[in-house]
Design a protein around this ligand. Structure first.
Ligand SMILES: Cc1c2[nH]c(c1CCC(=O)O)Cc1[nH]c(c(CCC(=O)O)c1C)Cc1[nH]c(c(CCC(=O)O)c1C)Cc1[nH]c(c(C)c1CCC(=O)O)C2
Length: 320
């Protein structure tokens, strides 16, 4: 979960020379960064180095990454008529060819050591950036838009979902061996709104992907959504730290799960972190189909040696 990043001294050194977006557009450097994360951590999969916002570029939505506040959208979509500015479809191989090149070069560099995961943001999470103009606490503009003009909302979600599908298919064609759909901010919604405004669009993405590669469907913030997310699709449901893994998994039934250690536990003393990892493994109870992971991304304050110690511990404990 966000395994390459600023908590790595090697990543910070690269970022002193190139901006984040320059890095994303340089397939050789992306492959280097993705491999370095696998080497540093000893994890069982690599993830292509990219960002969920890159797909906005061919959709005609300009953005930048500011130094302190993260992503910023140049002209947010605020009115129903603004939806016309979003391209109705994209050719991901042409417009996001540099990401496909990162997939190919990362896979070549991995030489079969571990599988490579491709990814995209999910339509609600991308819509929240497009409408809010950046990160948000309340998602008030997004919800206002959704409630004010349901037709325009569905049209926006349709355009985003079509682009996401084409982007993921292109990554699979380029060699991604699994994909992850990040619905990082969908927990701002309750189950009824999720079912009405989001679920059909996410379902269309998973239906289009079929069973070509394992698909991970990740969401955070509201455990009440997990049964609906499972219905929408994905071979694996990514759980965050706000739920109890054992009971949530039993309630979900026949599906694999990924998660769900609190990423902030990496800032705890070593023995506390290890105890938290053991609690996750105990909750999974050795049931096949659990992928140990953090409930959300690694934060920049994490010490690399501490992250490595977690991975080593999970490997050792799960082989017992
Ligand atoms: C919501 C989201 C984003 N991006 C992503 C998500 C979904 C996952 C999640 O919920 O954590 C996904 C993402 N972003 C990045 C990856 C790369 C692959 C990996 O996991 O190693 C992945 C999988 C690189 C990145 N994406 C970003 C960085 C840091 C950029 C830098 O070098 O300054 C990295 C390594 C920037 C980014 N990108 C995004 C934000 C909000 C920010 C700024 C916040 C911050 O600066 O930490 C949007």
């Amino acid at each position: 979960m966000r395994q390459a990043g600023r908590y790595q001294p090697s990543y910070r050194a690269i970022r002193e020379k190139v901006s984040f977006l320059e890095l994303c557009h340089d397939p050789d450097l992306c492959a280097q960064v993705a491999l370095r994360a696998v080497d540093d951590l000893g994890v069982d999969a690599a993830i292509v180095f990219a960002d969920i916002l890159l797909v906005l570029e061919p959709l005609g939505i300009g953005f930048e990454f500011t130094k302190d506040d993260g992503p910023r959208i140049e002209r947010p979509v605020r009115l129903a008529s603004d939806v016309d500015r979003v391209s109705p479809s994209i050719d991901a191989n042409a417009s996001l060819g540099y990401v496909m090149e990162s997939v190919r070069r990362t896979k070549k560099a991995l030489a079969g050591r571990v599988p490579l995961i491709g990814f995209s943001g999910a339509p609600f999470t991308l819509a929240s950036y497009v409408i809010e103009g950046g990160g948000s606490r309340e998602y008030s503009q997004t919800k206002r838009f959704m409630y004010a003009d349901e037709g325009a909302w569905h049209e926006l979600m349709k355009r985003l979902s079509g682009a996401i599908t084409s982007y993921l298919v292109a990554q699979i064609d380029a060699g991604a061996e699994a994909i992850q759909l990040f619905d990082s901010w969908v927990g701002a919604l309750g189950p009824d709104d999720y079912a009405r405004y989001v679920q059909p669009h996410v379902a269309s993405i998973f239906a289009a992907l079929g069973d070509r590669v394992p698909a991970i469907h990740f969401g955070t913030g509201n455990p009440a959504l997990y049964p609906l997310m499972k219905q929408a699709g994905g071979h694996v449901i990514g759980l965050d730290q706000r739920c109890e893994l054992g009971s949530t998994w039993r309630a979900l039934g026949d599906v694999a799960v990924q998660g769900n250690m609190d990423p902030i536990a990496l800032l705890a003393p070593r023995e506390v972190m290890i105890e938290k990892a053991n609690a996750v493994l105990r909750a999974a109870g050795g049931r096949p189909g659990h992928v140990f992971n953090l409930g959300h991304g690694v934060v920049p304050q994490v010490d690399l040696a501490q992250a490595r110690a977690l991975v080593d511990h999970v490997h050792e404990a799960s082989s017992r």
